[in-house]
Design a protein around this ligand. Structure first.
Ligand SMILES: *Cc1c(COP(=O)(O)O)cnc(C)c1O
Length: 350
């Protein structure tokens, strides 16, 4: 795959301090762009980060054919750069594309393009602890026509954003039982842009009540937990790891989720991927069982939960006692920062 590269004059990095940089606010010097036209991908180009010029009629704006991914690149103490499990994101991107009736993207554009872009903007990968370069590949429909039908033309892009730690504090979570993130048969299992727009109303209500995020429940009975914001949720109850299973198609199959399952079972814990009801959690809490609760996702990695609110019942957890979650968090960040053996070959060297 030929990738045309035009370099930026100078670097915006000169005016930026990469220590403790907030998530998603700053973008690197370059971006990748490719077009899908007449049934094929073309014009693959890396160029200076810049605004797009688009018709107000493009299909993505009106009818929402738009998908994305989130991946992270790290730099170790020796200055070597690595990407965490990008092939899993590549596969999921094409799963999202299929579900949204969009063209899939070839590996040469997604993977080789990402590698070339990061190689060029390598200085943008922060070298500090808990910091990384967030990689945002995305695709959207560009037909200039109003009408509900799949677009013929699309744009694929990758942009890069340096980032520090996402949540510094353990989370307080509100269990949502009215609004719904995903229902069986819907698009909850893919990273379709509309999912996130649809989540904002409930999330902002929870924030007004002083919570950090909502824990979504199932669309039918509001009885089973699903995901927490845009992160997968885990409970460890009396040393058994429980996380909602993927069978209904309402849960995003997180790369961090998969990684957590692998490492927790390597630590000797039993993993149960199955429906988990709020009643079961409350029973365990009332019976004084040991409970660890945390979320997993690329942006946060692993974030601990210190409080769950269900109706007017509040469950508080002692995060100092989260033995396994803390070990997992440390192990995962050591792998990502290449401070320990990468026994599962998750790190992809640039
Ligand atoms: C992206 C995302 C996750 C986490 O997936 P990762 O691959 O671990 O980043 C979980 N839930 C939702 C809804 C998401 O969009």
């Amino acid at each position: 795959m030929d990738i045309k590269i035009s370099k930026a004059e100078g670097s915006k990095l000169k005016n930026l301090n990469l220590v403790n940089i907030p998530f998603g606010r700053y973008f690197s010097d370059h971006m990748l762009e490719a077009d899908f036209e007449n049934g094929e991908w073309k014009n693959v180009e890396i160029k200076p980060y810049q605004p797009l010029v688009l018709s107000p009629s493009i299909a993505a704006i009106h009818y929402g054919q738009s998908i994305f991914e989130g991946i992270k690149a790290y730099k170790n103490e020796e200055g070597e750069a690595f990407i965490f499990r990008p092939e899993d994101n590549f596969k999921r991107f094409n799963l999202s594309a299929e579900r949204m009736q969009m063209p899939t993207i070839p590996k040469e554009i997604f993977m080789d393009g990402m590698r070339a872009l990061i190689d060029l903007d390598r200085n943008w990968i922060p070298q500090h602890e808990n910091s990384s370069l967030y990689i945002r590949p995305f695709m959207f429909a560009t037909d200039e026509m109003i009408g509900v039908r799949p677009s013929d033309n699309y744009k694929f892009m990758i942009i890069l954003s340096p980032t520090g730690p996402y949540y510094n504090e353990p989370l307080r979570i509100y269990i949502e039982e009215k609004y719904v993130r995903a229902a069986a048969g819907g698009v909850g299992f893919v990273k379709a842009a509309g999912n996130y727009g649809a989540s904002l109303y409930a999330t902002s209500k929870a924030k007004k009540l002083g919570f950090d995020q909502v824990l979504w429940t199932d669309a039918v009975e509001h009885k089973y937990v699903q995901e927490c914001g845009a992160m997968n949720i885990f409970f460890i109850i009396d040393n058994i790891v429980i996380t909602p299973d993927l069978s209904m198609g309402t849960i995003l199959n997180g790369v961090t989720r998969q990684s957590a399952i692998t490492l927790l079972s390597d630590m000797g814990l039993t993993i149960e991927e199955r429906p988990l009801s709020i009643d079961e959690i409350i029973d365990a809490y009332k019976n004084g069982k040991s409970i660890e609760v945390f979320v997993a996702g690329t942006a946060v990695t692993i974030a601990l939960i210190k409080e769950l609110q269900y109706k007017d019942f509040s469950m508080k957890f002692d995060i100092e006692k989260f033995e396994h979650a803390l070990l997992l968090k440390k192990w995962l960040s050591d792998i990502r920062e290449t401070k320990c053996a990468d026994k599962y070959n998750w790190m992809w060297k640039i």
